[in-house]
Design a protein around this ligand. Structure first.
Ligand code: PMP
Length: 384
């Protein structure tokens, strides 16, 4: 199988499995226990925290480990709104192309009375700074923005948004889930106040992530309890956190080479598909994108039959986000970019991984030519 769905999730790396197994076998005590096994587990936790912080670009004390980016996003939004409420700031501003979990939270909050505004994006999927500056006023508590879109890979202008948010006295949260391990972006030079990450997007385990809370900022807990300096209750998921650390360390070690390899294969895939098939439209082609993501369509050919034929030919890709796939709704991201429903339902996302080989790219191009060309032939009826 050629797996080209790395934005949905990645295969845990060998060193991740190894360190997690060792942790489960040896550091299984509760890090809050005062006895020696507990204190040994606490040292493992503290070591893992430093290793994750190194890649994320933050202080260890700024990291709050969570069950993933969805929880981190919830903590950021609800925490920032609680902080804002103390000074009369109640409004939430977020982009129209956020992760479905975050948009669902915004919808729920709006139904409960929180004022919410969505910042539109342009045809390339980049958030409009002009619209953002109109929407970010003195009643805004939080601006929430993804660092890179999971469907298109388009990078968002985080620095400019940080400036706009801070000028208005608001906080900036960045959902950096798709940035970590695929770009050199770091929390400490981003200007953000809150920063969500998830281990399973960089060959770590699922169910582990973190929210970075800038030093000095009080972000109230979602789950009460004394762990994580009272910011996230519940016995720590130590094997998951150790797996995250192993994944982060490996990603930091090979990042530059991984990015160069991804960029070359992304370019090869896009050029190869274009040469092999007519009507290829690549989303966000003219703007800065993740080096691993190619979201494209073949004319308005529906994605579903293409994906199932590609899978039968041994290539696994996805239509839009894994979180919305399975539904029949066209991608909210592509609709927000101004695409019609037929175009949005035609979009296919190939997301490469650091282990994707040149040969796999060539095989993907060949498989696409084989399965898609017959679908693009006009039928006798439509040729009339
Ligand atoms: N945000 C973005 C941008 C994502 O791509 C994802 C994963 N699809 C999430 C949040 C959710 O992450 P998790 O699975 O760790 O909850």
């Amino acid at each position: 199988m050629i797996y080209l769905d790395h934005n949905a999730t990645t295969r845990p790396a060998a060193e991740v499995l190894e360190e997690m197994t060792e942790c489960l076998q040896q550091a299984w005590a509760n890090p809050s226990s005062m006895h020696e096994p507990g204190q040994a587990a606490r040292r493992v936790l503290s070591d893992a925290r430093a290793r994750v912080a190194q890649l994320v670009g933050c202080r260890g004390a700024e990291l709050v480990f969570t069950s993933g980016a969805t929880e981190a996003n919830h903590m950021a939004v609800l925490g920032a709104l609680a902080v804002g409420a103390t000074t009369g700031r109640r409004r939430l501003v977020l982009s129209a192309v956020e992760h479905p979990g975050l948009l669902a939270l915004a919808q729920r909050l709006q139904a409960e009375g929180t004022p919410v505004d969505l910042i539109p994006v342009d045809g390339d999927g980049r958030v409009s700074i002009a619209a953002a500056s109109r929407l970010i006023g003195p009643d805004v508590a939080l601006v929430s923005m993804m660092g890179a879109n999971n469907e298109t890979g388009v990078l968002m202008p985080v620095g400019e948004l940080a400036e706009l948010a801070h000028r208005a006295g608001a906080l900036l949260h960045v959902d950096a889930t798709q940035l970590l391990g695929k770009t050199a972006h770091r929390f400490d030079d981003s200007g953000a106040d809150l920063w969500s990450v998830s281990a399973h997007k960089l060959h770590g385990p699922k169910g582990t992530g973190a929210l970075v809370v800038r030093k000095g900022l009080e972000c109230p807990a979602l789950l009460s309890g004394r762990q994580e300096r009272h910011r996230r209750g519940g016995t720590e998921n130590l094997p998951g956190i150790v797996g995250f650390a192993a994944a982060a360390e490996r990603a930091a070690r090979t990042l530059a080479a991984d990015v160069a390899g991804l960029q070359a294969r992304q370019a090869r895939l896009e050029a190869g598909l274009r040469a092999a098939l007519p009507g290829v439209h690549i989303y966000g082609e003219g703007v800065a994108r993740l080096p691993n993501t190619s979201c494209l369509r073949f004319g308005t050919l529906d994605a579903e039959p293409v994906l199932s034929r590609l899978e039968r030919a041994g290539v696994v890709a996805s239509s839009g986000a894994a979180c919305t796939a399975g539904g029949t709704q066209p991608s909210h991201v592509l609709l927000a970019m101004g695409e019609g429903a037929a175009q949005a339902k035609a979009a296919i996302r190939f997301s490469l991984g650091r282990d994707t080989t040149d040969d796999e790219i060539e095989q993907t191009i060949a498989a696409a030519r084989r399965v898609i060309a017959p679908l693009l032939q006009p039928t006798p009826a439509s040729a009339e």
